[in-house]
Design a protein around this ligand. Sequence first.
Ligand code: FA5
Length: 360
Amino acid sequence: MTLEALTVELDVLQIEAEKAFAGAADADALELARVEYLGAKSGRLRSAQKGLGAVQGPDKPAAGKRFNAAKQAVEAAFTAAQARIASLTAARPAGPMFDRTLPGIRPRVGHLHPLTQTIEELKDIMGRLGFTVASGPEIEDEWHNFEALNIPAAHPARDPLENFYLTTARHVGESLRDSQRGSESPDRGKPLLLRSQTSTVQIRVMETQQPPVRIISLGRVYRPDTADATHYPMFHQIEGLLVDRQVTMADLKSVLRLFASSFLGGDVHIRFRPSFFPFTEPSVEVDMSWHDTKTGAGRWIEMGGAGMVDPNVLRAVGYDPEVFSGFAFGLGVERVCARRHNVGDIREFYRNDVRFLEQF
Ligand code: FA5
């Protein structure tokens, strides 16, 4: 081999090696290039070194010098590429981007709406007093919402302006009362409405069950009331009904007092004010009082209505009022819940503002 031939070979080798190392995109590509140019057994530099041994005579020192220069240049190109790829890898680590030293993001855990919490708690308290939960439909007929509750056709409570009558739906005559009466339903085609009180469930239960009856019913009711701090057009009531032999007003008051102190705390007082409901006689408004935390004064708030089940209602469902008596009550769940949590406006429960709701 001549010095010129070796020089040309080394020139080409150096250029190609520098290009290969500079172009290696990752550690794998760089390793392939290293084996090709710097491989100990069959790398191209190693082959060139063999050619060096074939250069004879006075050219030998110059050939050795040229070989060493090429070797250093190729090794330097490799080292530079190694550093470049190492810095790339440090900036963008392989595998998923996960830094376990970063502070975590606490997952948002939802919880039940305060009204739902209240409903569950009321069921629990009344369950401990021996009342089981009954339910009825929100779309009702006039029999269950009015007539059986001793609210006759001419009664102002039946005014279409006081109720949400449904203009399209009509009774199809499928109620239990209808089936008990035979195939021809007297209610077929009669108007339906969104129930305005949970007292409807009293009737539905008594129609299908003989005394003793001891139930509560919780659910939505609808009235065209203007929304304000204590009213909403859709709200919830808890209805209680106990029918047995020798039930008295004293039983009613005892149950409501136990109920109030369990739910609102021991310092709550209840009072009955004489009132009127067509389905109870005598009837009362139930007020509850507590100490206003701001003024320290006691305040009475109306929570619902109650009374002894009217004999006409007992008769309407086939009970003998000479044998059985009972009490019933109906309280507004929004008002009870607002009282419990010191919320001044029941509309807050329906604004769906998470900042408000997550406090409960
Ligand atoms: C009744 O609905 C009777 N059915 C209660 C009853 C049951 C009496 C059994 C006797 C025997 P009243 O219309 O007063 O009664 O409503 C009862 C409670 O519901 C009220 O005291 C109040 O707490 C709540 N309430 C009434 N209207 C609204 C409304 N628009 N928004 C929120 N709560 C209301």
